[in-house]
Design a protein around this ligand. Structure first.
Ligand SMILES: [Zn+2]
Ligand SMILES: [Zn+2]
Length: 172
């Protein structure tokens, strides 16, 4: 399968969320020359370039004994296979404090991208996701400050099963 057909269940917008580098690189795992790659990994080695195939197949995680996601709502997902798919076979996302992947309906959610209040209002879901976030999250009164790529940033997820949106927030 060529890299541009690879799909990540938990990161369906992978090509639009500014996590991939474009340009020539040599995959640290398989040695192939690629034009689109993921530049990092949580592991002991210094990783600069991983092709999407080596991430999707789990080869990179296995070879370097690392993973791609800092943290997640692990207690909400019972199937260890889903934990492996998220941590070892899904690229992370750009954030201030590291990934915190949300879960719903006994599975991890799909990460859609970073958002501010303006984007959430445009989608018509600001009231719902902000209220839900403020019940469980660290920050309050976020509506006024939340800005896409701002110093308080929102990360939007959608449940793969009930399709509900969920928001995570962090700050610099
Ligand atoms: Zn590779
Ligand atoms: Zn759900």
């Amino acid at each position: 399968m060529s890299d541009n057909q690879i799909h990540f269940k938990y990161s369906p917008n992978i090509r639009d969320i500014d996590v991939l580098e474009e340009g020539e690189g040599i995959c640290d795992c398989c040695g192939k020359t690629v034009s689109l790659y993921y530049p990092t990994m949580y592991c002991k080695e210094d990783i600069h370039c991983l092709c999407l195939s080596c991430i999707a197949s789990g080869e990179a995680a296995q070879k370097f004994d690392g993973d791609f996601i800092q943290n997640a709502e692990m207690h909400k997902v019972s199937d260890p296979g889903k934990h492996k798919e998220l941590f070892e076979r899904t690229p992370g996302y750009v954030s201030w404090q590291g990934e915190y992947w949300l879960a719903c309906c006994d599975d991890f959610c799909a990460y859609l991208g970073d958002v501010g209040t303006a984007e959430l209002e445009e989608m018509g879901i600001a009231d719902e996701v902000i209220a839900e976030y403020e019940e469980r999250g660290e920050y309050s009164d976020i509506r006024e400050y939340l800005m896409k790529t701002g110093s308080m940033a929102g990360y939007l997820f959608q449940c793969l099963h009930c399709k509900k949106y969920h928001l995570w927030v962090d700050a610099d």
